[in-house]
Design a protein around this ligand. Structure first.
Ligand code: GTP
Ligand code: MG
Length: 478
């Protein structure tokens, strides 16, 4: 059985950020010329872009693992590492992006519409960027962050004006092949069509698109046959055409009951009631078919359908049909609000970067969750004491220590930063308790001072500068 390729699971991985470099400038007679390690480059993003020349998701079916390139590490001499390259994945118009749980992340309509499926990791700062008045020659740099990775599902919903619906072998593909320049596969066995074919029809001054979707059978809305897989494609079309076989050899079928079956499936699928419908009685080149068509026509018209008798093979009644469709399409377009703007760039929802939480989990174990603390941990080289000290400073400034203390943590308790399955755990040695914070400059007694002594002011200023540098590093031009 052929797999339906208008739905693919894609594993995307953005590039990792390059590590920052820790280096000291060296010159003759000037052995310690200051830190000059450059920043790591940003990892490339994985980006989906609607490209109208792409019509299927077949490519992704064949190679579902896609990764953007990593940022390069920084180097000495203040050289920054090169950014990784974004990986651009062209997708057809009407691609819907879902997460692993089937939640819709984005609906990509219009040429150029862009969706960032995975963010590249930030590059780590080099020691030059980490230097401050307080920390003149840092002997460490920050690590690059891993790029985001995960699974997404792409589904294609055809964007066409007209959808041809009907039983397998009713002649839908034959019809689109004679109405337009499309050359779909046509054969006398059911489910010849596995992916929708699109055709462009010109009738007078109206140009419109027709989608030929795989055949429907009873139970399709519950997933029988290709079921839901293709009913999805009908959703976006503004006109439905029932293609009915007037010359079927199956004894338990006739065009009217076929129509009832298809209508029932559309009803069960839902959301299509407002779409105008017409009926095409196909295969009238066969005498029995012609007779049957004439017999049932009044019945169908009584139900309110406009009825067209055609033969895709003998090219009968096609002109009338294509002009009638043009008229209905033009009306539907006029009634529809303006086309959505194209070239929209969609990024996954920004995470709340502000806060963090501290929870007491077990006797002596506290968990810290939050975007910043978790990022800082990822950026830390735990083999370097200075880097670990810097992490402690940052956590302290964010107020993590204070919150830990409020939550009842004591020296020696375990502190886990990050989610359960991916946390860094260490024994807590509170730096606040050491009393360093209480020392002012010599000759100053801060008990007489405003609440922000000079040393504190200096620290705050340094902190602000560090943060500014961080924000600059994380700046994204979208
Ligand atoms: N005599 C006659 N045969 C036709 C006509 N239209 C289609 N056929 C035949 O019917 C068979 C099925 O045609 P398709 O166009 O593949 O049918 P389909 O509705 O696309 O079928 P699926 O893709 O399986 O859903 C083929 O053998 C066609 O040659 C017609 O107007 N007259
Ligand atoms: Mg077909």
């Amino acid at each position: 059985m052929t797999t339906f390729v208008d739905r693919v699971e894609l594993h995307v991985a953005a590039g990792n950020g390059g590590h920052g470099c820790a280096s000291v400038h060296r010159e003759k007679f000037k052995p310690l010329g200051g830190p000059d390690g450059g920043n790591g480059g940003r990892g490339g993003d994985v980006v989906l872009v609607v490209d109208q020349s792409v019509t299927t998701l077949l490519d992704y079916h064949h190679s579902p693992h896609r990764k953007a390139t990593n940022g390069k590490p920084g180097e000495g001499g203040n050289r920054s590492g090169k950014d990784g390259q974004d990986l651009i994945l062209p997708v057809p118009d009407g691609t819907v992006v879902l997460d692993g749980n089937g939640e819709v992340l984005a609906d990509l309509v219009g040429h150029g519409t862009t969706y960032v499926a995975a963010d590249g990791g930030r590059g780590g700062l080099g020691n030059a960027a980490l230097a401050s008045a307080r920390r003149k020659a840092p002997g460490f740099a920050l690590l690059g962050e891993p790029g985001r990775a995960g699974d997404i599902v792409l589904e294609l919903k055809t964007v066409a004006d007209v959808a041809l619906v009907g039983y397998p072998s009713a002649g839908k593909s034959s019809l689109i092949s004679v109405l337009s320049a499309a050359k779909p596969k046509i054969a006398d066995y059911p489910f010849t069509t596995l992916v929708p074919n699109l055709g462009v029809v010109t009738a007078g001054s109206t140009v419109y698109t027709v989608a030929d979707v795989p055949g429907l059978i009873p139970g399709a809305s519950q997933g029988r046959g290709l079921g839901l897989e293709f009913l999805r494609h009908v959703e976006r079309c503004s006109v439905l055409v029932h293609v009915l076989d007037t010359a079927t050899l199956e004894s338990d079928r006739d065009p009217v009951s076929d129509l009832d079956v298809i209508e029932e499936e559309l009803r069960q699928y839902g959301g299509l009631d407002d779409r105008p419908r017409i009926v095409v009685l196909n295969k009238t080149d066969i005498p029995d078919g012609k007779d049957l068509a004439e017999m049932i026509r009044p019945d169908l018209e009584e139900r309110g359908y406009r009825v067209f008798e055609v033969s895709a093979v003998a090219h009968l009644g096609l002109k009338e049909l294509s002009f009638a469709l043009a008229e209905i399409v033009a009306k539907a377009r006029a009634a529809r609000p303006q086309e959505e703007a194209t070239r929209i760039v969609i990024r996954p929802k920004a995470v709340d970067d502000a806060g963090f939480t501290v929870t007491r989990e077990d006797e002596g174990l506290f968990r810290v969750r939050g975007d910043k603390p978790e990022r800082w941990v990822r950026q830390t080289d735990f083999n370097n004491d200075e880097a670990v000290g810097y992490l402690a400073d940052r956590l302290n400034r964010l107020g993590v220590e204070e919150e830990l203390m409020k939550a009842g943590a004591r020296a020696g308790d375990g502190v886990a930063i990050g989610p359960e399955d991916d946390a860094v755990v260490f024994d807590w040695e509170p730096t606040l308790m050491a009393g360093a914070e209480m020392l002012g400059r010599r000759g100053e007694d801060h008990r007489f001072e405003a609440p922000r002594p000079a040393a504190q002011r200096r620290r705050d200023r340094d902190a602000e500068r560090d943060e500014a540098q961080q924000e600059f590093d994380g700046f994204e031009p979208f």
